[in-house]
Ligand binder design. Structure first.
Ligand code: SF4
Length: 377
């Protein structure tokens, strides 16, 4: 029987230039695109055959910069999604795009290929900051990109905003959010800058050439934003994500609900049942099919721990009663009791709350979620 209701993530690893804060799998060697597309199409055909043309519920192409792919490549990828998978019930197909690389023609090709949602890597509308971050676009291009997407017929538009960059005015994030929503964006992903991996900006910060804003300031700005966005009509539905009612990212929610997905492309991760894999991050090796795919079989305990670890990111939280029942069925009540012991102090401090059957983070809890999640690691 064909696999039902799968998600498909495709990683397009090309970028016009590397941003100063980037540690994603990406390359500026654009000449590799034909070879990348060839391998990707072959992988899609293989998975389609292996899973007997599975029904796709969501597709998401991220990067890198998918909007750098040629129209021919985008059309070929779109065609193969629809020929090798059962895409008749597709709920959502998202393309990430860099506001500096979009054109009306490319968007038309995307629309014809069945894509129905755009996620724009805006980051900020502060031109000085955009330059410092090494982005290829400016604020005017961001706002133009939203209009271009709408003119092409896309009504589902998301934008990424960055918080906590060196030299960033903390209040500017609220102003940027308001301008993006005013322009027609219906979904925002707000990320706190994380420099845990090597990149030019981390080098600057480590060597005193750039200074990150203090953590308390970033936390205050984040909390202020959480209180401000509902006034603009956007509800928080996940730690970093806000949308107009009912306009959340269906694809991204599947990660937090532990629904199955295939990941294709260099560095892409997939998860079906207890099987987890990550394709080689080495782009040249991935293209030549001689890279190492990391494969992991999660133990029962790891699988169970992932349920609250992921679902607590969602505003709706985790159904704790159902989790306890599942643990009982699996003979793992001790694990739940350990977690409850570890979580009790967070509940007492008002960082976690039990609402009926569901356990969820409070607004204050969201700011220290990493500490809370340690209970499940
Ligand atoms: S556009 Fe995104 S993936 Fe590309 S270099 Fe910049 S941050 Fe990295």
């Amino acid at each position: 029987m064909a696999y039902p209701n799968l998600g498909l993530y495709i990683h397009a690893p090309f970028c016009q230039r590397r941003c100063a804060y980037c540690s994603f799998t990406s390359t500026t060697a654009l000449s590799l695109e034909p070879l990348y597309v060839k391998r990707l199409l072959r992988d899609m055909a293989d998975w389609g055959r292996y899973l007997e043309k599975p029904a796709l519920e969501t597709v998401y192409m991220g990067g890198g910069t998918p909007s750098l792919l040629s129209q021919d490549s985008l059309a070929a990828i779109s065609r193969v999604i629809h020929s090798e998978f059962d895409a008749a019930g597709l709920l959502e197909a998202t393309l990430e795009a860099n506001p500096g690389t979009l054109s009306p023609e490319w968007l038309k090709t995307a629309m014809r290929g069945g894509w129905n949602r755009l996620s724009l890597g805006a980051q900020t509308l502060d031109n000085t900051l955009l330059q410092r971050l090494g982005r290829v676009h400016d604020a005017a291009q961001c706002l133009d990109a939203v209009k271009m997407c709408k003119d092409a017929g896309f009504d589902r538009i998301s934008a990424d905003l960055l918080l906590g960059a060196p030299g960033q005015r903390m209040e500017s994030v609220q102003e940027d959010a308001a301008r993006m929503i005013d322009a027609g964006v219906e979904h925002l992903s707000v990320y706190i800058l994380d420099l845990d991996k090597q990149c030019p900006l981390k080098f600057q910060v480590d060597n005193g050439l750039a200074e990150l804003p203090p953590d308390e300031l970033v936390a205050q700005a984040y909390q202020a934003l959480m209180e401000y966005l509902p006034q603009l009509g956007l509800d928080p539905y996940e730690i970093s994500n806000y949308s107009r009612p009912g306009r959340h990212s269906v694809h991204n929610i599947r990660y937090w609900q532990k629904k199955p997905y295939i990941g294709l492309g260099p560095g892409a991760a997939g998860n079906i049942g207890n099987l987890r894999w990550t394709e080689s991050e080495n782009i040249a090796e991935w293209i030549n099919d001689d890279g190492q795919t990391e494969i992991q079989f999660l133990s029962l305990e790891e699988s169970l721990a992932e349920i609250p670890l992921l679902a607590l990111r969602l505003r709706s939280g985790v159904n704790w009663s159902a989790l306890r029942e599942l643990a009982e069925e699996l003979g793992m009540c001790g694990l739940i009791q350990n977690w409850e012991r570890e979580l009790a102090p967070f509940i007492a401090r008002g960082l976690l709350r039990l609402d009926g059957e569901n356990m969820r983070l409070t607004t204050e809890g969201t700011l220290v979620s990493n500490q809370i999640f340690q209970a499940f690691v």
